[in-house]
Ligand binder design. Structure first.
Ligand code: ADP
Ligand code: AMP
Length: 219
């Protein structure tokens, strides 16, 4: 069985930050549904046009569009040895679809690290977030600043503040998380897959905790 990992947690918990580090260490792709949507927005594709209005409002893109997009990505050859999912699934329907897809493709969810952070902290995290234009690498003005202001350490591309990191949209995204995504905590707990991780700790401590759970052969 090929192992897939799902990172769960509220917006701003540190999923993208951790996924980039863990995926690299484990030698598997980091699949962020949010990054794929943003690439499509940038290129103004048909998918980008469909997703834009929902993303700008801080709402979820409808399940059918999102599921199709992620399944297409999982069918690419680089996922043959597994992948780390960040931001998907985000609804019970997406979780059900993923289970069916993996069962049909000799895959399984090995574990679901749930990175948990208090709501008050999330607003501070998201309002200081800077994202790299080229690859979506993530920084924070206070907690994880780049070496040179406004420039990605890893690929030199410019950093920008996401439109949906505005305070009003952040509030909406946190509410959407509690209504639509938080039910997945029990969904995966019942399957014995959920492992809660304290996401309030410094980035490297969270990485160590996630690595322990993921138990990949770190490269
Ligand atoms: P998510 O993908 O869950 O929305 P991100 O990984 O983008 O979250 O992190 C949100 C913001 O918080 C970023 O600016 C990031 O640099 C910062 N951050 C991530 N993990 C931590 C941490 N453990 N402590 C402090 N800041 C963090
Ligand atoms: P993220 O980069 O994970 O914070 O996602 C940014 C935005 O993309 C979300 O607020 C949603 O509008 C959209 N999005 C990302 N992943 C999903 C998903 N699994 N289901 C629905 N919408 C998503």
């Amino acid at each position: 069985m090929v192992r897939f990992y799902v990172l769960l947690g509220p917006p701003g918990a540190g999923k993208g930050t951790q996924a980039a580090i863990i995926a690299e260490k484990c030698g598997i792709p980091h699949i962020s549904s949010g990054n794929i949507f943003r690439e499509n927005l940038e290129k103004n594709t048909e998918l980008g046009k469909q997703a834009r209005v929902f993303m700008e409002r801080g709402e979820l893109v409808p399940d059918d569009i999102t599921i199709r997009m992620v399944e297409d990505r999982l069918l690419k050859s680089d996922c043959a040895n597994g992948a780390l999912l960040d931001g998907f699934p985000r609804t019970p329907a997406q979780a059900e679809a993923l289970a069916v897809f993996l069962a049909d493709h000799q895959g399984e969810i090995f574990c679901v690290p749930f990175i948990n952070v208090d709501s008050n902290e999330l607003i501070d995290r998201l309002s200081g977030r800077w994202t790299c234009k080229a690859e979506g690498h993530v920084y924070h003005s206070k907690y994880n600043p780049p070496k040179n202001e406004g420039v990605c350490d890893l690929d030199g591309s410019p950093l920008y503040q996401r439109n949906d990191d505005k305070r009003e949209t952040v509030q909406q995204r946190i509410e959407v998380y509690f209504k639509q995504t938080a039910p997945l905590i029990d969904f995966y707990k019942e399957k014995g897959l959920l492992v809660e991780i304290d996401g309030a700790k410094p980035i490297d401590e969270v990485t160590q905790a996630v690595l322990k759970v993921v138990a990949c052969e770190a490269e």
